[in-house]
Design a protein. Structure first.
Length: 153
Protein backbone atom coordinates (compact mmCIF):
# COMPACT_ATOMS: atom_id res chain seq x y z
CA UNK A 1 0.00 0.00 0.00
CA UNK A 2 1.35 3.39 -0.93
CA UNK A 3 1.71 6.21 1.61
CA UNK A 4 -0.99 8.20 -0.22
CA UNK A 5 -3.43 5.29 0.06
CA UNK A 6 -2.58 4.82 3.76
CA UNK A 7 -3.42 8.50 4.40
CA UNK A 8 -6.77 8.09 2.63
CA UNK A 9 -7.60 4.96 4.61
CA UNK A 10 -6.67 6.71 7.86
CA UNK A 11 -8.83 9.71 6.94
CA UNK A 12 -11.80 7.48 6.04
CA UNK A 13 -11.38 5.55 9.30
CA UNK A 14 -11.33 8.76 11.35
CA UNK A 15 -14.41 10.06 9.52
CA UNK A 16 -16.30 6.83 10.20
CA UNK A 17 -15.28 6.95 13.87
CA UNK A 18 -16.48 10.57 14.07
CA UNK A 19 -19.83 9.70 12.53
CA UNK A 20 -20.22 6.75 14.93
CA UNK A 21 -19.47 8.95 17.97
CA UNK A 22 -21.92 11.63 16.77
CA UNK A 23 -24.63 9.01 16.20
CA UNK A 24 -23.99 7.60 19.69
CA UNK A 25 -24.39 11.03 21.28
CA UNK A 26 -27.58 11.69 19.28
CA UNK A 27 -29.12 8.36 20.33
CA UNK A 28 -28.17 8.94 23.98
CA UNK A 29 -29.79 12.40 23.95
CA UNK A 30 -32.90 11.00 22.25
CA UNK A 31 -33.20 8.22 24.84
CA UNK A 32 -32.84 10.64 27.76
CA UNK A 33 -35.57 12.93 26.39
CA UNK A 34 -38.01 10.14 25.55
CA UNK A 35 -41.04 10.27 27.85
CA UNK A 36 -43.49 7.35 27.96
CA UNK A 37 -47.13 7.45 29.10
CA UNK A 38 -48.30 5.11 31.86
CA UNK A 39 -51.72 4.54 33.38
CA UNK A 40 -52.21 4.17 37.14
CA UNK A 41 -52.65 0.41 36.57
CA UNK A 42 -49.26 0.28 34.82
CA UNK A 43 -47.64 2.22 37.67
CA UNK A 44 -49.12 -0.02 40.37
CA UNK A 45 -48.11 -3.13 38.41
CA UNK A 46 -44.49 -1.95 38.53
CA UNK A 47 -44.17 -1.36 34.78
CA UNK A 48 -43.22 2.33 35.16
CA UNK A 49 -39.55 3.14 35.83
CA UNK A 50 -38.62 5.03 38.99
CA UNK A 51 -36.46 8.13 38.89
CA UNK A 52 -37.03 8.79 35.18
CA UNK A 53 -39.28 11.37 33.50
CA UNK A 54 -42.60 9.78 32.49
CA UNK A 55 -46.21 10.84 32.00
CA UNK A 56 -49.09 9.53 34.11
CA UNK A 57 -52.70 10.26 33.29
CA UNK A 58 -56.23 9.48 34.29
CA UNK A 59 -59.20 10.99 36.10
CA UNK A 60 -58.72 13.03 39.28
CA UNK A 61 -60.45 11.08 42.05
CA UNK A 62 -63.32 12.94 43.73
CA UNK A 63 -62.44 14.08 47.25
CA UNK A 64 -58.72 13.37 46.91
CA UNK A 65 -57.35 16.89 46.35
CA UNK A 66 -55.40 18.03 49.43
CA UNK A 67 -53.64 21.40 49.56
CA UNK A 68 -50.74 21.77 51.97
CA UNK A 69 -50.14 24.78 54.20
CA UNK A 70 -47.57 26.38 51.86
CA UNK A 71 -50.40 27.14 49.40
CA UNK A 72 -48.59 25.75 46.35
CA UNK A 73 -48.16 22.04 47.07
CA UNK A 74 -51.12 19.87 46.13
CA UNK A 75 -51.52 16.12 46.48
CA UNK A 76 -54.28 14.24 44.66
CA UNK A 77 -55.15 10.79 43.37
CA UNK A 78 -55.54 9.85 39.71
CA UNK A 79 -57.41 6.73 38.61
CA UNK A 80 -58.07 4.77 35.44
CA UNK A 81 -61.18 3.26 37.11
CA UNK A 82 -59.09 0.24 38.16
CA UNK A 83 -56.05 1.40 40.12
CA UNK A 84 -55.14 4.72 41.71
CA UNK A 85 -51.81 6.56 41.97
CA UNK A 86 -51.04 9.56 44.20
CA UNK A 87 -49.54 12.62 42.53
CA UNK A 88 -47.79 15.50 44.31
CA UNK A 89 -47.37 18.80 42.51
CA UNK A 90 -45.84 22.08 43.64
CA UNK A 91 -46.96 25.05 41.60
CA UNK A 92 -50.06 26.64 40.20
CA UNK A 93 -52.54 24.13 38.80
CA UNK A 94 -54.25 24.82 35.47
CA UNK A 95 -57.54 26.72 35.69
CA UNK A 96 -59.42 23.73 34.27
CA UNK A 97 -58.06 21.29 36.88
CA UNK A 98 -60.87 19.82 38.98
CA UNK A 99 -62.03 16.55 40.46
CA UNK A 100 -63.45 14.01 38.05
CA UNK A 101 -61.63 15.46 35.03
CA UNK A 102 -58.87 13.96 32.90
CA UNK A 103 -55.29 15.13 33.44
CA UNK A 104 -51.79 14.18 32.33
CA UNK A 105 -48.87 14.82 34.70
CA UNK A 106 -45.19 14.93 33.70
CA UNK A 107 -42.69 13.99 36.39
CA UNK A 108 -40.87 11.19 38.16
CA UNK A 109 -42.09 8.18 40.08
CA UNK A 110 -40.42 7.68 43.45
CA UNK A 111 -39.60 4.35 45.12
CA UNK A 112 -42.65 4.67 47.43
CA UNK A 113 -45.00 4.87 44.36
CA UNK A 114 -45.58 8.61 44.90
CA UNK A 115 -45.49 10.46 41.59
CA UNK A 116 -43.87 13.90 41.88
CA UNK A 117 -45.08 16.03 38.97
CA UNK A 118 -43.19 18.91 37.37
CA UNK A 119 -46.15 19.81 35.15
CA UNK A 120 -49.89 19.07 35.20
CA UNK A 121 -51.98 19.38 32.04
CA UNK A 122 -55.78 19.51 32.20
CA UNK A 123 -58.34 19.08 29.47
CA UNK A 124 -59.36 22.27 27.69
CA UNK A 125 -63.11 21.81 27.12
CA UNK A 126 -65.98 19.47 27.97
CA UNK A 127 -65.46 17.17 24.98
CA UNK A 128 -61.68 16.77 25.15
CA UNK A 129 -59.70 14.16 26.99
CA UNK A 130 -56.02 13.42 26.34
CA UNK A 131 -55.91 10.50 23.87
CA UNK A 132 -53.71 8.41 26.15
CA UNK A 133 -56.15 8.82 29.03
CA UNK A 134 -59.19 8.02 26.84
CA UNK A 135 -57.50 4.86 25.48
CA UNK A 136 -56.48 3.73 28.97
CA UNK A 137 -59.98 4.26 30.38
CA UNK A 138 -61.53 2.40 27.43
CA UNK A 139 -59.12 -0.52 27.83
CA UNK A 140 -59.86 -0.73 31.56
CA UNK A 141 -63.60 -0.61 30.91
CA UNK A 142 -63.38 -3.29 28.19
CA UNK A 143 -61.37 -5.57 30.49
CA UNK A 144 -63.92 -5.12 33.29
CA UNK A 145 -66.86 -5.87 30.98
CA UNK A 146 -65.14 -8.95 29.62
CA UNK A 147 -63.87 -7.85 26.25
CA UNK A 148 -64.31 -5.17 23.69
CA UNK A 149 -67.79 -4.27 22.48
CA UNK A 150 -66.46 -3.14 19.09
CA UNK A 151 -67.84 -5.10 16.14
CA UNK A 152 -65.62 -6.13 13.26
CA UNK A 153 -67.19 -6.35 9.80
Amino acid sequence: MTPKRKKRMMLIGLMLAGVAVAAGFALKAFNENLMFFYTPSDVMAGEAPTGRMIRVGGLVTTGSVERQSDGLTVQFDVTDNDKTVTIQYTGILPDLFREGQGIVAHGKLQEDQLFVADEVLAKHDENYMPPEVADALKATHDAAVGGSTDKVN
